[in-house]
Write a new protein. Structure first.
Ligand code: SAM
Length: 219
């Protein structure tokens, strides 16, 4: 059987349906120029994040894993003008590139970047206003810790999106990736078992290969 043209189909869908703006293309180019890895979400997934922000009526969004701010820009574009997005990034270089990109995209006034390991910066957000939507896309070993923080910083009804839950099928074969796969499966177990969460998980294919995401609602 001929391998379906996942990547070409996704590019067609992006051009026909998704319509990423030039600010998003510029953000992608800036990441390449800075020598950063191309591990951002695909444009159709970025648009899904934006739509989820809008459909949930979110005013406060938390992101864990900023990179060059590609998903940050998409989600910030879905927020009202007085909405707020706090994004946690480990590497100062990534945070610096992301800052320039969110400012150049005209959404900088909504975006606050917290630099450092997320497990150090997330506790500093406790006691503040709760988040309406949380996007988790950082080091996969900590996925369950991030889910726990998303619940603690959320409220009943908060939407949680966890990226990269298939990892080319490594979730069923930990020997393929002994670092990330166990973190992902631990998070999937939590999504299925934790009484504070109600969730589903979806496989995807496209320019980013075979992967997927989970979406949950805090009960
Ligand atoms: N969400 C971004 C997008 O779609 O445009 C992509 C994020 S990329 C997959 C993961 C990011 O998480 C990287 O920039 C990495 O430096 C950051 N990261 C890794 N470990 C982290 C940690 N412990 N705390 C915060 N950020 C971390």
């Amino acid at each position: 059987r001929v391998q379906p043209a996942w990547a070409e189909v996704e590019e067609y869908l992006s051009a026909a349906v998704v319509h990423p703006g030039p600010e998003l293309d510029r953000a992608l180019r800036s990441a390449v120029d800075a020598g950063m890895p191309a591990i951002e979400v695909a444009p159709n997934a970025g648009k899904l994040l934006k739509l989820l922000v809008q459909l949930s009526g979110a005013r406060r969004v938390l992101e864990i894993g900023t990179l060059a701010g590609f998903s940050t820009i998409w989600m910030a574009q879905g927020l009202p003008d007085d909405g707020q997005l706090i994004t946690c990034e480990y590497l100062p270089l990534h945070a610096e590139v992301a800052r320039k990109n969110v400012d150049a995209a005209g959404v900088g006034h909504k975006v606050d970047i917290r630099v450092g390991p997320a497990l150090d910066t997330l506790p500093l957000l406790a006691g503040g206003e709760s988040f309406d939507l949380v996007f988790i896309d950082a080091d996969k070993q900590n996925d369950s810790n991030y889910l726990d923080w998303a619940i603690r910083l959320g409220r009943p009804g908060t939407v949680i999106i966890l990226d990269n839950v298939i990892w080319e099928g490594a979730i069923l074969d930990n020997s393929m990736d002994e670092v990330n796969a166990p973190g992902i499966t631990a998070a999937l177990d939590m999504l299925g078992q934790d009484p504070r969460l109600d969730a589903t998980a979806i496989q995807t294919v496209g320019t980013k290969g075979w992967d997927g995401f989970a979406i949950a609602r805090v009960v």
